[in-house]
Design a protein. Structure first.
Lengths: 771, 474
């Protein structure tokens, strides 16, 4: 209710603002204030004085995060333990620490607010925040309610189903655009911080293109956004962007990181594998915005659908990815299970391979029950013919990456195959122990409707993963999406939601987003993305606020956006795009763009890399063939995952060897050359105008005067130097034989000088960064 | 640079007008023109807290946990009681990673040991080359860590914290001391074999500014690619281009306040310098046949632990502060009889050659060499029923062996001893925090004063732990 008011207010304020431009100053603002006051009063009337504080959701996570180092299971300084209700009630050496209903008399509160350094708890690190202290105070004043006895697993926030919380009231009624902002703003206001100003229209446009498509916006798009008076112009742009097939490529690559996709089998032998149809399935599923539960079900058990379609079977390539060596089949099954754990549950299941999980309540027996689901399957190669998949003998192990044409329509899929499963004693497959059948771990949730089924199969596993009772899959998914857009998850340990995970920065927001994705029915990711990127939180500028940076160096409270260096594939894509080389061809077998010599040396089994011809040289990075053992050098250099296990978060290293690549890699220099040609010989005349067009193509903005002051003199200097040495100019231009040969020295010098400048702009930090 | 200085600099960027552009262009040019004066490193040398014994570190990190009981710490008692069940008293305290057997059996070392050198250090037959240099080494036989999991144990020994997010030892060192080499990164990372389990965190900058992270070289093919400028780009043209890039990046740094831009600027300056310095560093044709033979390098174009050791020497020779060299896998849960000799064969000769070579060139006094892994291995066997697959040893964290050479450490010396079953220390336990404090001390850094303010708190590598172990010093 209060939310819709805010929306109305926002609309009004937008209109009011344009109105006030025509009116004597002040009138509009006054009206706005009046409206704000009215809304505040309304809102306040609906809210209780202070919200009921929940021990499980708010208090225990706080105490666990800040206190259990000294007052927990391992250490109980002063005889005090704070992580369990019984112990907390009992108190420590100096008696009880809580007087229910009277925070003033409660030692716990006295100690966290103490001014004296020696007295204040916690003794090291930042003191508890004002918000946290208020939470404790409210909770004690409300009677310090806590459950008598809680099962260990029920205590952990991530193992309880998400709940819908209403966000706290906020003071600033103008900033927010959707509920996401209200959760974020409430926390910022509580921390006495404020959100950053909006990023410029240009930055915002470029940001959403890079985030959702992994490509640069055209200057025309930026200009339209800047010129439009439509208050919903950005929302319209987002819809347009989400409808682009490039979206599936961009977010498909994120998913392929999780699916540990590669075009070879890894290990010493690292044989080629043909599984690009799975890659294309992912792209297509995302572009069609397949409901997320279907997206999961098809990948986990598409082959078990009644009358499974070829597409549903191809989706099971999810499990066929990963390193593979037929000699150690069990390793592959464990890899599948670990992938399920990381990708859907956010749990490190693998720990239970050898022993009961040390920190999460998963027994070794349960691990092998889950293992059994994935064990009862075999990999097979099928061939697509006339829309059907037919059995196909596995490719000859001696063949290399460049397949003959008749083999390229094959792909690897999973199919059911009965197979007994035993616990591996101490994780050792050579020591089979008790026989186990497929089953679900007790600590999460029961699949009630299917519980009666005698022999659950992979389809039941899939249903279990996307069951409504599932507290994890939706949370883990939205958290990862958040992380991609803001650089840090609401749960920073995006791959571990287990018992040791501290509470999320915004628990209510995480739950809100999870519920949006999951209830009343699962949706595709597009609606979630739309909500997030149209929020005011997302639109913020990314510049560091000097004071907030000291208080919140990780930007956990999201008082600004964050600059994020682009991923390996996207860096190459934007070079190609700016260099007018990028092919828009989608899908199909993986390609072999140029790479420096020597990459494939010293392999145990030889591999080939015959550079692709024509536009296949310039396909988007995600179509590049990946030899797990010896990937294209740009991939590891810019932290692309190695495909050994599911990768939930890529590093963003920043080292000199990257600069060497961006400066000198011949494939990238070629992009600078072609960009220079289009700039130097395009429609625009005069150095300033040409520079302007270069900046617009690369950075989606106009040149700053300071930049012109550096780049124009550079251009002139290069021009005169190159005029004096035409042979160097010719080398820089590297005229291809296909071009009509120009004998015109001016043409060569101009092109060369602009190549120098274009290469400078393409090497700017801003060019490879999402602002 | 103290955090305060950095902050002031950032504030200056924010408040001041942008006047650096022409200067920046000039600065690289000037450095080139004024050939006489040494150009400064992007991480200029800093004054240590006190007199440094060592200038640089080569850290031979043995991923996976080499078996101290089969290499350096012989236990005849294990042989005598081979096959017996581990006594209850020990079993109760044991923290195994994988062994679940109720009654694990003691395993004597299948390899023989002998005393070597004047110091009479005992070394296994698996390491004949290391045995030949024992008089130059100090062994610490009682290193202790806290986590039986590789990933967390790696993080603990290399970052002082069992979770991700803290700066690595190398990053702390270059934060404290800067670099001596103007033309090479101050912190370089080499690898042969597997990747360490906690990957980049082992040489990452954590919350320290981004420019302090280690630069990894490629482990396959050429160690560094794209060292030549494109055709037509003379050195002067490349320099002018980079000067322009950095002038504009400085402007970006000013407007964004983003530390990553500062690191990018440093990277481009360094990349320019590396274009001449790195080919010279990587070019091994100047090394004599005798040197290559000593390290056991047959083919200089082929990546190997041995080639990395030689490169490490060349790096410190050229003023690189910290070389972190990774090699693995030493994780011999099963088939230790096959796996351990093979790892030793890959590393023994070159490790010894490195120490000897450094000594010959007079570099050992200034260079601290550290050899060891993130954990050790158990006195009991871990069984495998696989046919023809022998037993191995599980992870052991209470006492394992590392060795040190040069950099102001004592030579021909052994510290700490373990009980008859090689289980617990009987004297001088060295927690990995002590190791960190001691390494910093040798470099002239006080581990309690080398701090960085983050989230309102002064952090340090050793957290609230760590004792400098002076007994290691000459």
């Amino acid at each position: 209710m209060s939310w819709s008011w805010r929306l109305i207010l926002r609309r009004l304020s937008a209109k009011q603002f344009s109105f006030s431009l025509l009116q004597p100053a002040g009138t509009g603002r006054f009206l706005l204030r009046l409206l704000a006051l009215w809304a505040t009063t309304l809102h306040a009337a609906q809210m209780p004085a202070s919200e009921v504080v929940d021990y499980q959701q708010q208090i225990r996570p706080l105490l666990v995060a800040r206190c259990i180092g000294c007052h927990g299971p391992r250490k109980q300084q002063a005889g005090l333990r704070l992580d369990a209700p019984a112990a907390l009630r009992r108190g420590g050496d100096s008696g009880s620490v809580i007087v229910p209903g009277d925070s003033g008399q409660s030692l716990l509160l006295q100690r966290v607010v103490a001014v004296e350094a020696g007295k204040r708890m916690p003794p090291r690190g930042v003191p508890l925040s004002v918000v946290d202290i208020q939470l404790l105070r409210d909770w004690i004043d409300q009677g310090a309610v806590m459950p008598a006895l809680v099962a260990e697993t029920e205590r952990h926030w991530a193992f309880r189903r998400p709940r819908q919380h209403s966000p706290r009231a906020v003071e600033d009624l103008v900033w927010g655009r959707n509920p996401v902002d209200q959760f974020i703003l409430a926390r910022l206001e509580a921390e006495a911080m404020r959100p950053a100003r909006d990023a410029s229209v240009g930055v915002r446009t470029r940001r959403v293109y890079l985030d959702l498509l992994g490509l640069l916006p055209s200057w025309q798009t930026v200009k339209q956004q800047q010129a439009s008076r439509d208050p919903d112009r950005f929302e319209r742009l987002v819809d347009h962007v989400l409808a682009s097939p490039r979206y599936g490529e961009r977010w498909g690559r994120h998913w392929l990181d999780l699916a540990r996709y590669a075009d070879s089998t890894g290990y010493e032998s690292d044989r080629p594998r043909v599984i690009w149809m799975y890659r294309d399935w992912v792209i297509d599923a995302l572009n069609q915005d397949l409901r997320f539960d279907q997206f999961v079900r098809q990948q986990v058990a598409g082959d078990l659908y009644p009358a499974a379609t070829p597409s549903q079977r191809i989706a099971t390539g999810f499990f066929c990815n990963g390193m593979y060596d037929p000699g150690v089949r069990w390793e592959h099954i464990i890899d599948r299970l670990n992938t399920v754990g990381t990708v859907f549950l956010g749990l490190t299941l693998g720990c239970a391979q050898c022993h009961d999980h040390k920190t999460d309540p998963l027994s070794q027996h349960e691990f092998y029950q889950l293992y059994a689901f994935l064990n009862e399957a075999k990999m097979t190669t099928v061939r697509r013919e006339h829309g059907k998949l037919i059995a196909h003998p596995p490719p000859d192990s001696a063949t290399t990456g460049n397949k003959p044409a008749d083999e390229i329509m094959t792909t690897e899929v999973l199919q059911h195959a009965a197979q007994p499963t035993h616990v591996f004693v101490r994780g050792d497959p050579a020591q089979p122990g008790t026989r186990v059948v497929p089953g679900f771990p007790a600590f999460l949730w029961n699949l009630s409707s299917k519980a009666t089924k005698q022999n659950p199969d992979r389809l039941d596993l899939a249903d279990w993963l996307v069951a409504e009772q599932n507290p994890l899959t939706a949370r883990v998914t939205v958290n990862r999406v958040w992380q991609r857009l803001f650089g840090l998850g609401l749960v920073p340990t995006e791959n571990d939601f287990g018992m040791q995970t501290p509470p999320p920065s915004h628990p209510a927001l995480l739950d809100h987003l999870a519920i949006q994705l999951q209830r009343p029915y699962w949706r595709g990711l597009k609606s979630l993305l739309r909500t997030l990127v149209t929020s005011a939180t997302y639109r913020q500028a990314s510049a560091v606020h000097p004071q907030f940076a000291l208080r919140d160096p990780d930007n956990r409270w999201v008082s600004r956006q964050r600059r994020l260096r682009l991923e390996a594939e996207v860096i190459r894509d934007v070079w190609l795009q700016a260099g007018t080389r990028l092919s828009s061809k989608m899908g199909g077998r993986s390609v072999f763009p140029e790479q420096v010599a020597g990459v494939l040396e010293n392999r145990a089994t030889p591999a080939t890399w015959t550079p692709s011809q024509g536009e296949d040289r310039y396909r988007r990075g995600l179509y590049t063939w990946v030899w797990r053992l010896t990937p294209h050098p740009m991939l590891p250099l810019f932290d692309a995952p190695d495909g050994v296990a599911a990768c939930t978060n890529r590093d963003r290293s920043n080292v000199p060897v990257q600069a060497l690549s961006l400066l000198n890699d011949p494939a990238l220099v070629e992009c600078a050359q072609s960009l220079a040609r289009s700039v130097a010989h395009g429609d625009r005349r005069g150095d300033s105008d040409r520079l302007e067009s270069l900046m617009r193509i690369c950075l989606s903005r106009e040149a700053h005067p300071i930049e012109s002051k550096v780049l124009l003199p550079l251009l002139q200097q290069q021009r005169s130097e190159l005029r004096a040495d035409l042979s160097l100019a010719a080398q820089i231009v590297a005229q291809s034989d296909a071009e009509p040969r120009s004998q015109d020295a001016v043409w060569v010098v101009e092109t060369a000088a602009w190549t120098v400048v274009a290469r400078v702009v393409m090497n700017l930090d801003e060019f490879i960064t999402r602002e | 640079m103290t955090p305060l200085q950095m902050l002031t600099r950032r504030q200056m960027f924010r408040s001041g007008t942008f006047t650096l552009a022409p200067l920046a262009l000039a600065s690289l040019r000037q450095q080139e023109v004024m050939g006489a004066t040494q150009p400064t490193s992007p991480l200029p040398p800093q004054v240590p807290h006190f007199r440094a014994r060592a200038k640089s570190v080569i850290y031979l990190f043995m991923i996976g946990g080499p078996s101290q009981l089969d290499l350096f710490d012989p236990k005849p008692e294990l042989l005598r009681r081979d096959g017996e069940v581990l006594p209850d008293s020990l079993l109760k305290q044991a923290k195994f990673a994988q062994i679940q057997e109720k009654q694990p059996k003691i395993m004597g070392s299948p390899w023989s040991f002998a005393r070597h050198g004047e110091s009479g250090a005992t070394v296994s037959e698996l390491l004949p080359h290391t045995a030949s240099i024992v008089d130059q080494l100090s062994f610490v036989k009682t290193v202790k860590t806290d986590d039986t999991n590789h990933m967390f144990a790696e993080l603990l020994i290399n970052t002082g914290w069992r979770q991700f997010g803290r700066p690595s030892l190398g990053s702390w060192v270059v934060y404290g001391l800067g670099g001596e080499a103007a033309n090479l990164p101050a912190f370089l990372v080499l690898r042969s074999g597997m990747r360490p389990r906690s990957k980049r965190a082992n040489y990452g900058n954590g919350f320290l500014p981004s420019k302090f992270q280690g630069t990894p070289l490629r482990s396959a093919g050429a160690p560094i690619l794209n060292l030549s400028s494109p055709p037509g780009f003379t050195r002067r043209r490349q320099r002018d281009s980079i000067a322009a890039i950095n002038a504009l990046n400085r402007y970006k740094l000013e407007s964004s306040g983003d530390d990553e831009v500062a690191a990018r600027i440093a990277s481009y300056e360094m990349a320019f310098r590396m274009q001449t310095a790195a080919p010279e560093l990587l070019n091994l044709t100047g090394e004599t046949a005798a040197t290559l033979r000593a390290y056991g390098i047959q083919d200089t174009s082929r990546p190997s632990f041995a080639r990395n050791c030689l490169l490490a020497r060349r790096m410190v020779e050229r003023g690189v502060r910290f070389v972190h060299l990774f090699h693995g896998d030493w994780d011999h849960h099963t088939n230790i009889a096959g796996g351990l000799p093979s790892q030793c064969k890959q590393t023994d000769q070159a490790s010894a050659a490195l120490v000897r070579d450094l000594a010959l060139r007079g570099l050992l006094d200034d260079t601290l060499v550290v050899w060891g892994g993130e954990l050790g291995r158990t006195a009991v066997a871990q069984k495998s029923n696989k046919e023809n697959v022998a037993v191995g040893r599980d992870h052991h964290i209470d006492a394992y062996t590392m060795w040190f050479a040069g950099g102001g450490t004592r030579a021909g010396y052994s510290i700490g001893s373990t009980d008859d079953l090689g289980y617990f220390p009987v004297e001088d336990s060295w927690h990995v925090y002590d190791l960190q404090a001691t390494v910093l001390h040798l470099l002239g850094l006080d581990h309690e004063r080398l701090t960085y303010r983050f989230q309102g708190r002064d952090f340090r590598l050793t957290d609230v732990h760590g004792n400098v172990r002076y007994e290691l010093f000459t």
